[in-house]
Structures are given as structure tokens and as C-alpha cells.
Design a protein around this ligand. Structure first.
Ligand code: SIN
Length: 286
């Protein structure tokens, strides 16, 4: 099978069997024709996360590319960069070892309309390490037994931001802007608006309990689903280089930054710039 024939405006090669593709032959700083954007959108639907290497993106080019997929939304708790308040930087200064590597998560799940995607651009990265891992939440759902699918199809999840200082307080280079906690109830299984496939939507980073149940009652099934979803066979790992941009679909994938910051790696700065793309109210099953 020649995978490269499927898209005419760029080449691509899958990163793993579960999700992820590297896209080549495209300069994201150029004016991209609607047909090119339509192909990127279909590749995103197929691979869930796309990695474009060797890009040279000003803030406005980054915004322009991300806006092809929807309006941008600011991070609720981290200040945007001065020139564009909708775009913010995840900065780890040399010597800092804290990171957003707590759990695999989908961005901002505690919003009523959580983002459809994010476009993360690597401005400065260590020579090795500090990768980002992803997992495919379609496969997580589709590989459940029919019995468990019936149970999860009917459940709703309470998603909470928790302590809003967690995103910035321990980073020298990031600044908090708001402390009103967010909370939203979403279906545990959501339907993708374009592919119509079902995926699991939960993460211990934000999902605290099932609606109508206590935390204690919810924990065993939540823990099971999370460890099921984050098996390595459902995942892929992106290695960053300066100028890499990853575009991912937040509705059907989880991700986390790998905090392998030891010794020499900790001595390097890591600066990632993120544009977060507005989504819709998650569509329930049925
Ligand atoms: C994120 O969670 O959006 C950031 C991931 C990363 O810094 O690799």
C-alpha cells in the first residue's frame, strides 16, 4: 500500500500504528489554499496528531495557521504573550524540574466547550528528552467489551480545573492571570462531529467523578479506563526539534509532556508556544 498517494498537497509518514504522522513538504508560514487545509483536516481526522518539522513561525503565522481550524481561545489561567493574548508559552527555565507531566489529559476539559485542538510550536528545546506522548481515545473505546461499552455510553463525567495556580506557580517564566475554578460535565463517550466515531473522554488530571456518583464510587472504573486507554499500544511519542509544530485533535486524544528532566537535560530551557483552538459542546452517544 502506498500511503503517500492519499494526500496530494504533502507527503506523510505514520509515527506509529495507533496514531500520529509526520507531514513534510509544506511550509506553514505561507498562505495555504483551502484545498491544502482540507487535506490537513482529513489527515488530522485520520492520524489525530500531525507533526510538521522545520517550521519558522512568527506569532502571527502561528495564529493564522491555527485559525484555519477555528477561533483561538486564551488559556484561562496562564497569561498570553504580550503581543497576542490568545497564545501562551509553556516555559521551563534551566534548573526547573516541575512540568505539566502529571497525567495524560486533553486540554481544558473543564470548559463547557473544551478545545477541538491545539497547535504547539517548539521554540527552544533540550538536545534530547522532554518529548510529548499521545494516546488514541477512539481505540481505547473501540477495544472495550460490548458489555462495558454499554455501561460507559450512558455515563457523564464531572471535570474540574482544581487549583488554578498549578499551571504557573512553580514556573519562573509563566504567570497566573485568574483564579476562578472551572467545572463542566461531559459525556464519558463523545462522538466526533466529522468522523462520527466514538471515543473515551476522561483524564485523572481533571475528571473527578461520574455524575450522580461519589469520588470513591467512581474511582475503580475511572482508574481502569485510564490505565486501559494509556497502554503503549494505543500511543505514540513525539520528539521535538526547534521549529517543530504539532497539531492535535483534543477531542479524541490525550497527551502529556514527559518529565525526564534529569542532570544535563534539566540545565536546558524548554519553550513551547501554544495556540488553543475553540471546540464545541461534546456530542453524546445516541
Ligand atoms: C500541553 O499539555 O499542552 C503541553 C505539552 C508539552 O509541553 O509537551
Amino acid at each position: 500500500m502506498n500511503l503517500k498517494k492519499k494526500y496530494v498537497h504533502f507527503d506523510h509518514s505514520p509515527i506509529g500504528g495507533a496514531l500520529g504522522a509526520v507531514v513534510t513538504g509544506i511550509d506553514l508560514s505561507e498562505d495555504l489554499e483551502p484545498l491544502v487545509i482540507a487535506e490537513i483536516r482529513s489527515a488530522l481526522n485520520e492520524y489525530l496528531v500531525l507533526l510538521f518539522r522545520d517550521q519558522n513561525l512568527t506569532l502571527s503565522a502561528h495564529r493564522k495557521f491555527a485559525e484555519h481550524f477555528g477561533n483561538l481561545i486564551p488559556h484561562p489561567y496562564v497569561h498570553g504573550v504580550q503581543e497576542d493574548l490568545d497564545i501562551f508559552e509553556i516555559v521551563r527555565e534551566p534548573g526547573e524540574d516541575y512540568s505539566w507531566d502529571n497525567f495524560y489529559h486533553s486540554d481544558l476539559m473543564f470548559l463547557k466547550k473544551p478545545p477541538m485542538g491545539s497547535a504547539l510550536y517548539a521554540k527552544e528545546v533540550p538536545p534530547y528528552g522532554a518529548d510529548t506522548e499521545f494516546c488514541n481515545m477512539y481505540l481505547a473505546y473501540e477495544s472495550l467489551s460490548d458489555g462495558l461499552k454499554k455501561v460507559v455510553d450512558s455515563l457523564k463525567v464531572v471535570n474540574e480545573s482544581g487549583d488554578t495556580t498549578q499551571w504557573s506557580a512553580t514556573y519562573g517564566g509563566m504567570h497566573e492571570k485568574n483564579n476562578e475554578e472551572g467545572c463542566a460535565v461531559h459525556p464519558l463517550v463523545r462522538v466526533h462531529p466529522e468522523t462520527r466515531r466514538k471515543s473515551l473522554y476522561l483524564s485523572p488530571a481533571f475528571s473527578t467523578r461520574f455524575e450522580g456518583m461519589t469520588k470513591q464510587e467512581s474511582a475503580p472504573l475511572m482508574d481502569y479506563l485510564y490505565s486501559h486507554a494509556t497502554q503503549s499500544r494505543f500511543g505514540c511519542r513525539l520528539h521535538w526539534q526547534q521549529g517543530s509544530l504539532a497539531l492535535w485533535d483534543n477531542r479524541v486524544s490525550l497527551h502529556h509532556a514527559v518529565a525526564d528532566y534529569f542532570g544535563e537535560v534539566t540545565a536546558h530551557r524548554r519553550v513551547m508556544r501554544r495556540a488553543t483552538i475553540e471546540g464545541e459542546v461534546p456530542i453524546p452517544v445516541g
